[in-house]
Design a protein around this ligand. Structure first.
Ligand code: SDX
Length: 374
C-alpha cells in the first residue's frame, strides 16, 4: 500500500484506551491477549465471544452454560415474527437486521440501569440468526421456520436454518472460524460508532444498532458483499487480470483490499483463504478461487495492496451456499461480541466522546433580510 502517511478520517489518531484487542502495532492481532491464530485453531466462536465480553476464556462449565443461554434465546415472540413478516421482501438483509434489533429493543428493552446488559447481548447473539432466517424463509419460501435444532453453536444453527438441512462439518468449521476472525478489531469504524453511542449512556440496542449502521457501508463491513460481486464480474483469471488493471487505471477502489491500519497484510487473510481453498471443491468454485487469486496477484504486483478479511470471506461464504446479501449480516452476528465488549468497557469508565473540528467555513457575515436575497 502506498507508504505515504495517511491523513483524514482520524488516521493515526489514538482515540482512547482499551484492554480488548491489539491490531498491528507490532503485537499482531490479539483478543484479550490471546493470539488470533491460537483462537482460530483451537476455540469455537462462543468461547471467543465469552472471552471478549468477560475477559477470560470460559471453563467447560461456563462455556456449556453460555451456549445453553444462547440456544435458549433462539426463539422469536409472535410480536417479533409479525414485525419480520411485515418487513418487505426486497429489503436488504442488513436493514432487516437493523430493524429487527430495533423491534427487539422495543419488545424486550434493556433495564434503565444497564443491569441486564449481558443478557441483552446474549439475546441479540442468540436471536440474530433466527430473525434474519425467519424473514428470509417467510418471504422467499413462504415458510414460517421454527427454531428447534440439534446444532449447539451459532455457526451450525445458522447453516442448518439457512439450508433447512444438517450442515456439512467442513462448513460448520469454516463458519466457526469466520465468526472468530470477524469478532473484534479494536477501534474500527463500527466499533467506534458503538462506543460513541455508549458514551452518551444510550441503551445496548441503540449502541449495537450504531455499529450495524456503520458496518453496512462498502468501505467497511459491506466490502465482503462487494468483493463477491467484483470477482463474479469475470469468467476466468485472464479476464480478471485485464479487468482489474482497467479499474486501477480509473482509480477505482477494489473491494476486499487494503486496510487503514495494516500496511503489508491482514493477518486474518491467511486463515480464511485456507478455508476458502479447501471448500473450492467444484469446477465452478475452483475457477472462482483462481479468479480471486489472480486479483490478489494483480493488486500486489501493481499497488502492493493486499486482501483484507473480507476478500476471501466472500469466496468461503459463496462456497457454503450463503446468499451474497447475507455476508455482512454474518459480520454483524460475529462483531456483536466485539461491540458488546467495547460498550461494556466504555460504560465502566465512561466519558462522553466529543472531539472538536477545525473550522474551514466562511467568516462572520451580516444577516440578509429576505427581500434582499436574490
Ligand atoms: C474492514 O478498520 C478495521 O479494522 C476494519 C475491519 C474490521 O475488522 O473491522 O478490518 C473490516 O472494514 C476491512 C476493509 C474493508 N473495506 C474494503 O475492502 C474497501 C476497499 N478498501 C479501501 O477503500 C481502503 O483500503 C480502506 C477504506 C479499507 C482503507 O482506506 P484508507 O486507510 O482511507 O486509505 P486510502 O483510501 O487513503 O488509500 C491509500 C492509498 C490510495 O492511493 P493514493 O491516492 O495514495 O495513490 O491506497 C489506495 C488509495 O487509492 N487504495 C486502494 C485501495 N485501498 C487503498 N486502491 C485500490 N483499491 C483499494 N482497495
Amino acid at each position: 500500500m502506498s507508504n505515504t502517511k495517511k491523513t483524514g478520517g482520524l488516521a493515526g489518531v489514538v482515540a482512547g484506551e482499551s484492554a480488548i484487542c491489539t491490531v498491528g502495532t507490532g503485537h499482531g492481532l490479539n483478543y484479550r491477549g490471546y493470539d488470533i491464530y491460537d483462537l482460530a485453531n483451537n476455540a469455537i466462536f462462543e468461547e471467543v465471544a465469552y472471552l471478549l465480553i468477560f475477559g477470560e476464556l470460559p471453563t467447560q462449565k461456563e462455556l456449556s452454560d453460555y451456549k445453553k443461554k444462547l440456544s435458549n434465546e433462539r426463539d422469536l415472540s409472535d410480536t417479533l415474527k409479525t414485525i419480520l413478516e411485515n418487513i418487505p421482501k426486497n429489503a436488504h438483509p442488513m436493514d432487516v437486521m437493523r430493524t429487527a434489533s430495533s423491534a427487539l429493543g422495543c419488545i424486550e428493552p434493556e433495564n434503565e440501569d444497564f443491569s441486564n446488559q449481558n443478557e441483552i447481548l446474549i439475546k441479540l447473539l442468540g436471536k440474530f440468526s433466527s430473525m434474519l432466517l425467519y424473514w428470509y424463509h417467510f418471504h422467499f419460501h413462504n415458510e414460517k421456520i421454527n427454531t428447534s435444532s440439534e446444532q449447539d453453536t451459532i455457526a451450525g444453527f445458522f447453516l442448518e436454518k439457512l439450508h433447512n438441512k444438517p450442515p456439512k462439518k467442513e462448513h460448520i468449521d469454516c463458519m466457526n472460524v469466520s465468526l472468530i476472525l470477524y469478532a473484534e478489531h479494536e477501534f474500527n469504524a463500527s466499533t467506534f460508532s458503538a462506543r460513541i453511542s455508549a458514551s452518551t449512556l444510550s441503551d445496548m440496542y441503540s449502541n449495537i444498532i450504531s455499529g450495524i449502521c456503520a458496518l453496512r457501508g462498502p468501505l467497511h463491513g459491506g466490502a465482503n458483499e462487494a468483493a463477491f460481486r467484483l470477482v463474479s464480474l469475470y469468467k476466468n483469471a485472464d479476464e480478471a487480470r485485464v479487468g482489474i488493471l482497467d479499474k486501477l487505471k480509473n482509480k477505482d477502489k477494489i473491494m476486499g483490499f487494503g486496510h487503514r491500519v495494516y500496511t503489508t497484510k491482514d493477518p486474518r487473510n491467511v486463515v480464511i483463504k485456507k478455508y476458502a481453498k479447501e471448500l473450492s471443491t467444484t469446477k465452478e468454485f475452483e475457477n472462482f478461487f483462481q479468479i480471486s487469486e489472480m486479483i490478489e496477484k494483480v493488486m500486489w504486483d501493481e499497488k502492493k495492496i493486499f486482501p483484507n478479511l473480507d476478500f476471501y470471506s466472500a469466496s468461503s461464504y459463496h462456497f457454503m451456499g450463503i446468499p451474497t446479501d447475507f455476508f455482512t449480516p454474518l459480520f454483524i452476528i460475529s462483531r456483536t461480541a466485539g461491540w458488546g465488549a467495547h460498550i461494556i468497557e466504555q460504560r465502566a469508565n465512561n466519558k462522553l466522546i466529543r472531539p472538536s473540528s477545525t473550522y474551514i467555513g466562511v467568516d462572520n457575515r451580516e444577516f440578509i433580510p429576505m427581500e434582499k436575497r436574490i
